[in-house]
Design a protein around this ligand. Structure first.
Ligand code: SF4
Ligand code: SF4
Length: 182
């Protein structure tokens, strides 16, 4: 045992250090939040309750019913029912999400080529029945109005929606194959 170790042992240095740390935490302010009285600021881009984007110009859902989000969903909790319109356009009759089965992976959001679906930052929802968590198209549009209205929704799409338009800035020119002379 060298001199420094001896001094540490004799004066219980490590024990004193531990006690000092305990005292420091006793007098410092608590870090526990008194939820729900004290709440954190919502985190932008947090994966909360689903919403269908309401187009600002038409006031209707942006969704075209392509089904990519449902195909991508690992929980298979998105159900889309479409029909053919008068001009042979696709009409989204029903768009439904079984929220209780969702794992909030956001693959549906990433898969959507029209930025028509988002996960809002609203995560404090509860209910007494499973039925309350079966979100219909109207309920999903209401979620957009409630939680993503104004610039909030636009900012969300700009920052968190993939692919971003910036992803396509650099064009890679494809080389045309040379003509083979016979
Ligand atoms: S977040 Fe994931 S699990 Fe939930 S609906 Fe979208 S793809 Fe499905
Ligand atoms: S991927 Fe987008 S546009 Fe296609 S069905 Fe889903 S939400 Fe609608």
């Amino acid at each position: 045992m060298n001199a420094s170790e001896l001094v540490k042992k004799v004066f219980f240095i490590e024990i004193l250090k531990g006690l000092a740390l305990t005292v420091k935490h006793l007098v410092s302010p608590p870090v526990t939040r008194q939820y729900p009285l004290e709440k954190r600021e919502p985190v932008p881009g947090a994966r909360g309750l689903h919403a269908l984007v309401r187009d600002a110009e038409t006031g209707k859902a942006r969704c075209v019913g392509c089904g990519l989000c449902a195909a991508m969903c690992p929980s298979q909790c998105i159900h889309i029912y479409t029909s053919e319109g008068e001009n042979h356009e696709k009409i989204v009759d029903r768009y439904e999400v079984e929220v209780l089965r969702c794992v909030y992976c956001a693959l549906c959001v990433e898969a959507c080529p029209y930025a028509a679906l988002v996960l809002t930052d609203h995560f404090e929802y509860s209910g007494y029945t499973r039925a309350e968590f079966y979100y219909t198209k109207d309920m999903l549009l209401e979620n957009w109005d409630k939680y993503m209205s104004g610039n909030k929704g636009i900012d969300y799409i700009k920052h968190f929606w993939r692919p971003r338009s910036a992803d396509f800035e650099k064009k890679v020119e494809q080389q045309a194959p040379e003509k083979i002379e016979k």
